[in-house]
Design a protein around this ligand. Structure first.
Ligand code: G3P
Length: 220
């Protein structure tokens, strides 16, 4: 499973890139707005840090303007994947952009029916929002399972990206459900490292080592 960082923050980007475990980045208008720079500048800076797919979302809502924005965003860097919302205009723009060879991540997906339309439109990635479905009492991970099954039934090449991931459990369950990608905030990515038995075991290793070799050194 590929791991993407769901952030536009360059400090988080650099830290995650140092670990050597992220395969790409997803942003959205809220994440870009948090950083306060024009989207072209922010996305270009991200592409300079992470060598992988970087999703940049259009803010237009009509197909014609989405096409113009999408072409402009795609022109920033070869790694840019244009994000369009799962609306009628978003699917129309996706169909056109994918025919032009521009890769599209269709976002704000909340049903298998929507995901089917995105694959038909030639989406490169589909982004079902797991956490936001959980927020309203619907099992978000069931959607990932449904989409991966449908896509496998018909050989759709669209990658399933689990989005709105809020915890390590979401990451593990997305992997079990066969998602191609999970995108997550830095806080969730960082928490994947944590286990108390790792900390305890390392402390004991070092204590045992120092007990013998420190004494050996001391006795010289
Ligand atoms: O990429 C989509 C993701 O950023 C949304 O996450 O936690 O705002 O639902 P969240």
């Amino acid at each position: 499973m590929k791991i993407f960082l769901d952030s536009a923050n360059l400090d988080e980007m650099r830290k995650a890139a140092e670990w050597g475990i992220i395969d790409g980045v997803t942003t959205n208008p809220s994440l870009i707005a948090k950083e306060g720079l024009p989207i072209h500048d922010q996305i270009r800076a991200i592409c300079d840090i992470v060598d992988g797919d970087v999703s940049a979302e259009v803010v237009a809502t009509d197909a014609k303007a989405m096409l113009e924005e999408g072409r402009s965003l795609a022109g920033i860097h070869e790694n840019v994947v244009v994000k369009t919302p799962l609306t009628r205009d978003g699917i129309q723009a996706t169909s056109r952009l994918s025919k032009e060879g521009i890769r599209v991540n269709v976002t704000l997906c909340f049903s298998a029916a929507q995901a089917l339309l995105a694959a038909k439109a030639g989406a490169y990635i589909i982004s079902p929002f797991v956490g936001r479905l959980d927020d309203i009492g619907i099992e978000g991970m069931d959607l990932i399972s449904s989409i991966t099954k449908i896509y496998r039934n018909y050989g759709f090449q669209t990658q399933v990206l689990a989005a709105s991931v809020r915890s390590p459990i979401h990451v593990i369950d997305a992997a079990k459900a066969g998602a191609d990608i999970a995108t997550m905030p830095f806080k969730v990515l960082d928490s994947l490292f944590n286990h108390p038995l790792t900390d305890k075991g390392l402390a004991q290793f070092l204590k045992d080592w120092e007990k013998v070799f420190q004494e050996t050194h001391a006795s010289r």
